[in-house]
Design a protein around this ligand. Structure first.
Ligand SMILES: Cc1cc2nc3c(=O)[nH]c(=O)nc-3n(C[C@H](O)[C@H](O)[C@H](O)COP(=O)(O)OP(=O)(O)OC[C@H]3O[C@@H](n4cnc5c(N)ncnc54)[C@H](O)[C@@H]3O)c2cc1C
Length: 391
């Protein structure tokens, strides 16, 4: 039987939320253990498009809510961390693009008028032309308008790797998790039979959180899954493009991000409306045909003949919502020693940490004295999906 451990905060789930929180708490002097049952970042985080949203996309829906203030501050928080001068030192992270673009292929004046009238984008959006256009749009045949949003795009494998390094000796590969109770109160968890006592337990297990709550016999907060059917294209003719391409509706028709594969080729990763409801209903073959057709219409000058294709089904995990409103800040629920949440976006990992730290501060939980950790089995790093699907 492995020896018991005592720590200040025990976190379950090492996606961006758990890893960011773990690194921040350690920097503040807390002792932490972070348990992962698969691979670091291998849930949603490495499957995300890596856009550090500042809320501009949501302005397409019309008015932004007050709650969106948290997201508006995220690009600054990330930029500071990426420069090594923020709450964490993420200077080892690769930034894929300093900006994300809004690309209107046709005449969508009405849509864009309300967009530019919104407070979230005023003064933060510039039109770009000619050689300032994203490389994939620099073609004589290109028509349409392109605006630069102050939202960066990060390479998620390097984010996860950097955060894992900041996790020090506290990362633990562990499969089974059972509650450890004392006088009816949660006093920690038993992980693969090993007792881990903690003053607070944080569940940041993404789509795995619902099952964990069941194991702990807790029925709140409720979780929802939003299925997506993403498209991956890989080929030597693809050039960098980071853009929301607008259609007639309030959601981008297609959101393209470009990622370096290990073999040096570019990968286009396609989300937005194409990956939502209708896309989810399509078979992979139909989804690829739809994406090919869309790209053929939008970017007829790009040679797709040698491109290889794959699709990826993945669920976004979020707190259950009433109606169709999308969460635009991190969510955290508290029940005694148990904290449960979802950042709802990669970009909102700093906001998720803020909420946990505010809860610790409020409850007067300060860094405590604990024996140093024994050597722990470390979870492996996850991979970007195209490395598995299109090696
Ligand atoms: C296709 C797609 C594109 C996206 N694009 C963007 C984007 O461009 N910008 C943006 O800001 N957001 C984006 N998001 C959202 C973003 O990816 C997520 O909100 C974020 O990554 C969630 O982080 P997380 O740490 O909560 O969850 P996850 O990354 O899912 O991590 C949860 C971890 O918990 C582990 N786990 C589960 N159960 C257990 C258990 N029982 N015990 C131990 N560990 C467990 C999992 O293995 C996993 O590693 C996107 C999401 C998807 C799906």
């Amino acid at each position: 039987m492995s020896s018991a451990i005592s720590t200040d905060v025990l976190i379950v789930g090492a996606g961006v939320a758990g890893l960011w929180l773990n690194a921040r708490l350690r920097r503040l002097g807390y002792s932490t253990v972070l348990v992962e049952n698969a691979s670091l970042g291998g849930g949603q985080s490495l499957k995300s498009q890596g856009i550090i949203h500042g809320g501009a996309k949501y302005a397409l829906h019309g008015a932004l809510t007050g709650a969106s203030e948290a997201i508006a501050d995220m690009p600054r928080r990330w930029r500071e961390a990426l420069a090594g001068s923020g709450e964490l030192d993420l200077s080892g992270v690769q930034v894929l693009s300093q900006a994300h673009y809004l690309w209107s292929p046709g005449t969508l004046a009405g849509n864009l008028t309300s967009f530019f009238a919104s407070k979230a984008v005023r003064g933060r959006v510039d039109q770009v032309k000619g050689s300032d256009l994203p490389p994939a749009l620099q073609d004589k045949a290109f028509k349409g308008k392109v605006y630069r949003l102050a939202e960066l795009v990060v390479d998620t494998p390097s984010v996860i790797q950097c955060l894992a390094q900041l996790g020090g000796d506290g990362l633990l590969a562990g499969e089974s998790v059972e509650p450890l109770r004392e006088n009816g109160e949660l006093a920690g968890l038993r992980v693969d039979g090993r007792e881990i006592r903690a003053r607070r337990v944080v569940l940041s297990a993404g789509a795995g959180t619902a099952a964990l709550l069941q194991q702990l016999r807790v029925d709140q907060p409720a979780m929802q899954r939003r299925p997506l059917h993403m498209v991956i294209a890989k080929g030597a003719t693809l050039k960098p493009l980071y853009a929301h391409c607008l259609g007639g509706g309030t959601k981008p028709r297609i959101t393209v991000t470009t990622h370096p594969a290990r073999d040096g080729q570019w990968v286009w990763y396609l989300g937005g409306d194409i990956a939502e409801a209708d896309g989810v209903a399509r078979t992979p073959e139909q989804q690829i045909a739809t994406a090919r057709n869309e790209l053929g219409q939008l970017l007829p000058w790009v040679d797709l003949s040698q491109v290889r294709w794959a699709t990826l089904r993945v669920d976004r995990a979020e707190p259950a919502q009433s109606g169709l409103v999308r969460p635009d800040n991190a969510f955290l629920a508290e029940q005694g020693a148990l904290l449960v949440g979802w950042p709802t976006k990669l970009a909102l990992a700093p906001d998720f940490s803020d909420r946990v730290i505010a809860s610790l501060d409020r409850d007067g939980i300060k860094p405590g004295q604990h024996p140093s950790l024994p050597p722990l089995p470390r979870p492996p790093l996850g991979q970007a999906p195209w490395e598995q699907l299109l090696p």
